[in-house]
Design a protein around this ligand. Structure first.
Ligand code: ADP
Ligand code: MG
Length: 227
């Protein structure tokens, strides 16, 4: 099975004033293409830092990161941005939509940078997949939280990325809305995309094939779900 993500000896040290923060310590992690992985751990344990490195938003201080077999640990910013646009879709707790822009406009954003052909029909397709075809021309500040997160998922999907990374995607949603969001991630994963989500909630993590737990920047457990 192909290792879509392989991290070897990754550490991340933030220099803040006179004190260093060791956010990640000697992380070894492989993710197989098609996995649904949950990342858990208390606040400050390094979850978001790990996801930022996986998603090429930041580089490690030490160690190597292979994405689809390619060493990306030391790429420059423009190479990282291009690869990120092609390979990774992000979903955040706070949705991070443009508030006065329509659903369609928000979903089209990655395609402008990525110069996707037939971007409008692709955007309408992913908007339909998340069940928002009747809201295409609403601005995102006219939507409920659950709808906003579905727009964010459509935006993450529009470039057809190999990996979807979601940082506490249900953290601002009630339980019914959370389940709807998780169902969408399951559907995305069942079609072959690798899905990695950070969550605090056991019942969310239970949807994944595997859960890793972080504490103080280290992986303290790595558990496959028995089907
Ligand atoms: P989590 O997502 O698990 O809450 P983070 O990855 O955000 O944890 O943070 C891990 C540690 O790194 C924390 O101690 C946090 O304060 C620190 N940290 C995170 N981002 C930065 C940053 N940009 N600059 C300095 N310290 C940071
Ligand atoms: Mg975090």
């Amino acid at each position: 099975m192909e290792h879509i993500i392989e991290m070897k000896g990754i550490s991340k040290i933030y220099k803040t004033g006179d004190e260093d923060t060791v956010a990640l310590q000697d992380i070894d992690l492989t993710v197989t293409r098609g996995e649904f992985l949950a990342i858990m751990g208390p606040s400050g344990s390094g979850k978001s830092t790990l996801m930022h490195i996986m998603g090429l938003l930041d580089g490690p201080t030490v160690g190597q990161y292979f994405l689809e077999g390619r060493d990306v640990s030391r790429l420059n910013d423009s190479s990282l941005a291009r690869l990120r646009n092609q390979k990774i879709g992000f979903v955040f707790q706070q949705f991070n939509l443009l508030p006065r822009t329509t659903v369609l406009g928000n979903v089209l954003l990655p395609t402008i940078y990525g110069r996707l052909k037939n971007s409008r029909s692709r955007a309408l397709q992913v908007i339909e997949e998340v069940g928002l075809s009747d809201r295409v021309n609403h601005t995102s500040n006219q939507l409920s939280g659950g709808q906003m997160q579905r727009v964010a998922i459509a935006r993450a999907l529009v470039m057809n990325p190999a990996i979807i990374l979601a940082d506490e995607p249900t953290g601002n949603l009630d339980s019914k809305r959370s389940l709807e969001i998780i169902d969408i991630f399951r559907k995305i994963n069942s079609r072959g995309s690798t899905v990695i989500i950070i969550t605090h909630e056991e019942h969310i993590a239970r949807n994944a094939n595997r859960t890793i737990r972080l504490l103080d920047g280290k992986i303290i457990s790595n558990t496959e779900r028995i089907a």
